[in-house]
Design a protein around this ligand. Sequence first.
Ligand code: BGC
Length: 343
Amino acid sequence: MGKRRGRIALLLALFLALALSACGGEEEPRTIRVGVALYLQDDTFISTIAQHLQQMVMEEEQARGVKINLSIADGRGNQSVQNEQVDRFLDRDCDVICVNIVDRTAAAVLIDKAQAAGVPIIFFNREPVEEDLNRWERAYYVGSRADRAGRLQGELVLDAWRFSQEELDRSGDGVLQYVMLEGEPGHQDTLMRTEYSVRALVSAGVPVEKLANNSADWQRGQAKMRMQQWLDELEGPIEVVFANNDDMALGAIDACLEDGIPPEEMPFIVGVDATPPALAAMAEGTLKGTVQNDARGQAERILELCFDLASGAEPSPEKITDGHYVWLWYTAVTSENLAEFLP
Ligand code: BGC
């Protein structure tokens, strides 16, 4: 009798479990698949965006009760490698693909593949040309206005010139002698930051003289080498170093330190990004200013757009400019507001 009761109880429990799962009592959370293709995972700024994405995905899973399957691929600076990675994301039925494209003139191929598969595509940080983005209404770009970073960087130097010209103008000739450490050739941020930083000074009437410029490909080590060469070869003092990003500004500082130049005698060195090591250099006084490239904000916008697109919804028009663009702002970081940016 006892055995029989036990069997009945077991059957009842099984029946209940089946009934509950059938009416959704233990429903599986919805899974969103997002593929992220990076141009180069080693890049300091890009790896910061990737870390924010990973962190936010965990937070959003909790908050929204969904499962987010985030795959990150490193394109290692090679467009064919990246194209294959995107193919793989499409084969694996990703709901959205995010691309930090290696070669920003090569977006058409990826947009066409995404369109053929009906999978929305979000570019970020490396801006495709406009005609390519216009190929499909579900192709987007998340990034910051490249000219603004240049202008803000130029204004950091302009302020220093206005308030302590005698400190900046070491040669005392009334002209600001500068060198330009450029990022990767052809990158929108290299072109615009280089142009608009100097333009901010020229349009304010500051006489400037370019002593040298060269690409250091966004990299600290290369920038150090360029700066070492300029310190050895250039006659007269370098008064300002414009670096298109912080890693290169840090490379210029490395070269000065190795050359035995104490921080108070270094040129006025400015960067862009506000990466943690750059903020630390500002706190030490070797880096004079930077412009925040909002990595966290970009990751947030990318993810927000992924949720909208994965749910099949059209992103609301106030979030999108000209049908394709999500723009973020840059902010200048000076010794006065540094504390707001420190981790
Ligand atoms: C950043 C650089 C970075 C580059 C990569 C720029 O916006 O300022 O630090 O290397 O993007 O595409």
